[in-house]
Design a protein around this ligand. Structure first.
Ligand SMILES: C[S@@+](CC[C@H](N)C(=O)[O-])C[C@H]1O[C@@H](n2cnc3c(N)ncnc32)[C@H](O)[C@@H]1O
Length: 347
């Protein structure tokens, strides 16, 4: 078993092994001890190699830490229709109630760092851009006129349209799994906090690959799966909380190279990840060749035009929304713990 103590959850970068994807998913069990410190434990099923670069730790997972959990397993809000209605209501309070507990400006700016937004003329798409909270971070580095915000929720987009800094952005309705952009047309693909609603995350990542130019970079910011049993239960009821190794596998299967994960989290969690995180990592990959992704997929899983039983829909929606409520309470609980527990002790 290999382990390392590293400084700060934010400084962790995880890079996929060079071994072929067919050898299985990576494995990691991570926990944090004390203020700004992290202890990583690999499960004894493979080698882990760790190196530190400019305060950034890099480790290479080799096998899966727990039983497989299909990404397509039904979760109550991991569907386009449910997500649409979920955001019909959530958009009213999203910026003021949801983001402060899960997705702060500090976290956002740090999560966007690996996207290398290093030129104001870059063409950038923000997929699942919602109210434009992440776009506000993007337009610090890129001219707003070069940025497109795409979302399936007109209600979320309406909030983005009201933001002065985003006035010059192109704002369009669309589906992450079927992007209305040409192949090889953008320099950066960014998507924050949206993958968890995609019925088929692999398809969304394949689309990210397609629309990027050769050498372009995708940056997907999303949740991470909890290890604590109650949090796992609510996560599974609500939506997709991928494992870190799942992100890496999806990116590699889509054809991306130099795939990396950076861990993020609210400061007051002190690096705790056992409850999962709605915004827990920033995953990047580079497109090595022009054209479509080498990955072939069947037809789109969810047909939004298909009629649904309204009672089943309502029940699913209510159960999903109840599970989401648990995740409104977790950051409050963690904040209280952070206030009470002495800073030199683990929470
Ligand atoms: C948690 S919000 C994130 C919004 C924004 N990116 C941010 O950082 O605050 C998730 C967004 O993803 C959008 N979404 C969910 N499924 C989508 C899909 N299939 N295509 C496009 N947008 C989608 C939702 O409408 C919602 O606005």
């Amino acid at each position: 078993m290999a382990s390392a103590v590293l400084n700060g959850a934010e400084n962790l970068t995880l890079i996929r092994s060079l071994s072929p994807p067919s050898k299985g998913l990576g494995c990691l069990a991570a926990d944090f001890h004390g203020k700004n410190s992290l202890k990583l434990n690999s499960v004894p099923c493979g080698k882990i190699s760790i190196g530190v670069r400019k305060n950034r730790a890099t480790f290479i997972p080799k096998c899966s830490a727990s039983a497989s959990r299909p990404a397509s397993q039904p979760r109550f809000i991991q569907h386009k229709k449910e997500a649409f209605w979920f955001y019909r209501f959530l958009s009213i309070v999203y910026d003021h109630v949801i983001n402060p507990g899960h997705w702060t400006e500090d976290m956002r700016d740090e999560a966007l760092e690996p996207a290398d937004l290093n030129n104001r003329n870059m063409i950038v798409v923000d997929v699942g851009g919602g109210t434009g909270f992440t776009t506000l971070g993007i337009v610090k580095h890129v001219d707003a006129k070069n940025v497109t915000i795409l979302d399936q929720s007109p209600h979320q987009l309406e909030k983005a349209k009201q933001k002065e800094a985003l006035k010059e952005c192109r704002i369009i309705e669309g589906d992450a799994e079927d992007l209305p952009f040409l192949t090889d047309s953008v320099d950066r693909y960014v998507s924050a906090g949206s993958i968890e609603y995609w019925p088929d995350p692999q398809r969304g990542i394949k689309e990210a690959y397609r629309v990027l130019r050769i050498g372009g970079k995708a940056c997907i910011i999303g949740p991470v799966y909890p290890t604590f049993w109650l949090s796992r239960f609510f996560a599974d009821v609500w939506m997709l909380f991928p494992k870190e190794e799942e992100y890496i596998e999806w990116f590699e299967k889509a054809g991306f190279q130099d795939v990396r994960i950076n861990r993020i989290g609210p400061k007051w969690y002190r690096g705790v990840r056992r409850h999962g995180l709605i915004m827990g990592c920033s995953v990047t990959g580079i497109k090595p060749a022009s054209g479509d992704s080498p990955l072939k997929l069947g037809p789109i899983a969810e047909d939004v035009s298909k009629p649904v039983n309204p009672f089943v829909f309502l029940l699913r929606f209510i159960l999903g929304a109840m599970a989401a409520t648990y995740y409104v309470l977790v950051p409050i609980y963690m904040w209280i713990k952070d206030q009470i527990v002495p800073k030199d002790q683990p929470i």
